[in-house]
Design a protein around this ligand. Structure first.
Ligand code: SAM
Length: 258
């Protein structure tokens, strides 16, 4: 079968480096009760080894032209779904989930937020992403990469960068560096936000003007004295706060709004 031309609008950069493929697949170890889902299987670089690991693999691919090619090598026990993963209803898949994929970079952030909302049903996510996004997901306080995405992601998941991947590992080569990241949803929250939309609002205010002090950037949400009551210096900047600090602030805002 002729390989179809890679489509830029679908973020198609196909993995071609066997060593990288092996390294990624080695990290994917669902137990038999957990469903394994691959997002964006493409031409099957990861799908082929994953299907030998799990013949009941589920794949979700947007590009209609790739569907017959996937069906041609996948066992009958696998499920091939054509469509946009952002519209996919994960509730229809039973049990706990392992979700993996070399993701189209243009949908990675909205997709992550949708997956975070599934909470503890997801046991593990292993994704190839733009390296810059992985650095933001895994960032620590007082670092330039630490921001809204970091706090939201680490609120939901334990995050570990697994490997850096150069553009030469793909065909065609992307313009940016990539990295593989593991996101493991916390099975019990370390600290619980009363209202996630308020946490999100607080983070947008705090990091929207990240060079300002908290008492300025958060003036419309929480007072300087309420920050002090939480043990947070109102003259500090957003990037100095831990995830737990932000959740505690958000919970004060939530309670003030009741
Ligand atoms: N897994 C393959 C590999 O590693 O070679 C392909 C990875 S490529 C970066 C991303 C894949 O996601 C493409 O096959 C693309 O068609 C598919 N895709 C793009 N947008 C999608 C969406 N919204 N939902 C599902 N699949 C999508």
């Amino acid at each position: 079968m002729m390989a179809t031309k890679a489509k830029r609008r679908f973020g198609q950069n196909f993995l071609q480096d066997p060593q990288i493929i092996d390294q990624i697949v080695a990290c994917i170890q669902p137990n038999p009760e957990q469903s394994l889902i691959e997002i964006g299987p493409g031409r099957g670089a990861l799908t082929k080894p994953l299907a030998t690991l799990r013949s009941d693999l589920i794949v979700i691919e947007l590009d209609r032209d790739l569907i017959p090619k996937l069906q041609a090598f996948l066992p009958a026990t696998a499920t091939v779904r054509q469509g946009d993963v952002l519209d996919f209803d994960f509730a229809e898949i039973p049990g706990d989930l392992w979700i993996v994929g070399n993701l189209p970079y243009n949908i990675s952030t909205p997709l992550l937020f949708r997956l975070f909302a599934l909470g503890q049903r997801i046991k593990s996510m292993i994704f190839m992403l733009q390296k810059e996004v992985v650095n933001r997901l895994a960032a620590v306080p007082n670092h330039k990469d630490y921001g809204r995405l970091t706090v939201m992601a680490q609120y939901h998941c334990h995050i570990e960068k697994l490997l850096d991947v150069p553009p030469t590992a793909f065909d065609p080569a992307p313009k940016v560096d990539s990295a593989v990241v593991s996101l493991q949803p916390h099975q019990r929250p370390n600290i619980e936000a009363d209202d996630l939309s308020i946490l999100s609002e607080l983070l947008t205010a705090a990091f929207g003007q990240r060079r300002k002090t908290l008492k300025n950037s958060l003036a419309n949400l929480i007072s300087a004295s309420a920050l002090e009551d939480l043990g947070i210096n109102p003259s500090a900047r957003a990037e100095t706060l831990s995830v737990a600090d932000f959740v505690r602030c958000a919970n004060v805002v939530s309670r003030n709004r009741l």
